[in-house]
Write a protein that binds this ligand. Structure first.
Ligand SMILES: NC(=O)c1ccc[n+]([C@@H]2O[C@H](COP(=O)([O-])OP(=O)(O)OC[C@H]3O[C@@H](n4cnc5c(N)ncnc54)[C@H](OP(=O)(O)O)[C@@H]3O)[C@@H](O)[C@H]2O)c1
Length: 340
């Protein structure tokens, strides 16, 4: 006895991970369907040891399906998520379309699982931006202990955060650098990404920040605490998978770095790797395929009152997207939906 589950965007980076994680975590599935655009009709995707043939999202009838995990981008979500929700299927959406809608819960289960009941407002639940998800997992237990006043974060975001096209561009451009006549011009990214870093993700806003930076501010407030001030600089780096963040935190109360280390070691979803020696910290290539949000380099910031610095790394396709969505589905199943 389980659920009838839809994965929309099953041929994409996040959709494929959703199928992997549903199988790995043995999510109770009675029936599962993989959807993508018409051009991918019949494309084979893996679900555990099974192979699914992708169907056309546009022609799909959601009636009788329980949960739809969406990873198709905002434009397609705008068309198909309301259709699914109106058919009685609960949508867990990875795009940014519904994240800031006050009627739609925005959930990271380690932080605000109790918001799940608000799904009833629209039959839609939003999954946060990849950079926010891992950051709030790290901040929540520290906030509970010493109340966070302000966060200054710089991100080092992998190209898989920009979809399949982002991965292809880094791969092709890197190879092209070594083959005369096969140079690849920037297309998905605004400048060369191979052997470079780009301080620009998503569109520019009037105040000079980017939408990605604004998302980290707005989403941290919605998920964790609206009183926390956040300022972010989001940077694309030539890493395939795994986002890293240098996070500076100012608390209301003093929090010793050793106590912070102890708190983080006990926190759900967190793994601390923090030996103050060469190699005693985590890097993005080491977190690929894992569920954890890794924390390293925990240290006092003596330039402000009650300051702490941490280094935070996670697989953006997992905790930053697919894993978080499946965890939301687990909470929804355990607390709200009947099986079978
Ligand atoms: N990558 C990340 O780290 C990350 C993190 C958090 C959230 N997200 C969000 O997750 C979503 C998917 O991202 P991704 O990285 O998986 O992108 P992706 O690799 O480019 O995959 C996009 C998927 O959406 C499908 N799709 C696009 N337009 C469609 C349409 N009109 N009708 C049906 N299917 C359509 C594509 O199908 P075809 O293959 O048939 O085109 C593909 O399966 C985006 O909203 C993204 O912002 C991504």
């Amino acid at each position: 006895m389980g659920y009838k589950v839809v994965v929309a965007g099953a041929t994409g980076n996040v959709g494929r991970e959703m199928l992997n994680i549903l199988a790995e975590r043995e999510f109770p599935v009675d029936e599962i369907v993989a959807l993508a655009s018409r051009k991918s009709l019949g494309t084979e995707v893996s679900f555990g040891d099974k192979t699914l043939k992708t169907k056309d999202l546009d022609a799909f009838d959601f009636t009788g399906w329980d949960i739809a995990l969406f990873a198709v981008g905002s434009e397609a979500t705008k068309i198909y998520a309301p259709k699914a929700a109106a058919s009685g299927c609960v949508v867990i959406d990875n795009s940014s379309l519904y994240r800031y809608d006050p009627k739609v819960p925005l959930i990271v289960p380690e932080v605000n699982a109790d918001a799940i009941y608000e799904y009833k407002n629209k039959n839609i639940i939003a999954n946060p931006n990849c950079s926010t998800a891992q950051m709030v997992v790290a901040l929540k237990p520290l906030h509970d202990r010493a109340r966070i006043k302000r966060v200054v974060v710089s991100t080092y975001q992998s190209v898989s955060g920009a979809g399949k096209a982002g991965i292809d561009e880094l791969w092709d451009q890197t190879k092209g650098m070594y083959v005369p006549g096969q140079e690849v011009a920037p297309k998905k990214f605004t400048k060369q990404i191979a052997f470079n870093v780009i301080p620009h993700i998503d569109v520019f806003l009037d105040d000079g920040s980017t939408k990605e930076e604004w998302k980290m501010v707005a989403e941290t407030k919605k998920i964790l605490d609206k009183s926390i001030k956040v300022t972010a600089t989001c940077v694309r780096v030539p890493v395939f998978v795994g986002h890293s963040e240098a996070i500076n935190i100012e608390f209301e109360e003093f929090l010793d770095w050793q106590e912070a280390q102890g708190i983080l070691r006990e926190s759900p979803g967190v793994l601390v790797i923090d030996k103050r020696e060469p190699g005693g910290y985590i890097t993005p290539v080491e977190c690929v395929g894992d569920y954890a949000t890794y924390i390293s380099r925990i240290r006092q910031d003596s330039t402000v009152e009650n300051g702490l610095n941490i280094w935070c790394v996670s697989d953006n396709l997992r905790k930053g997207a697919a894993l978080n969505a499946v965890q939301i589905a687990e909470v929804l199943g355990n607390r709200c939906l009947k099986k079978g």
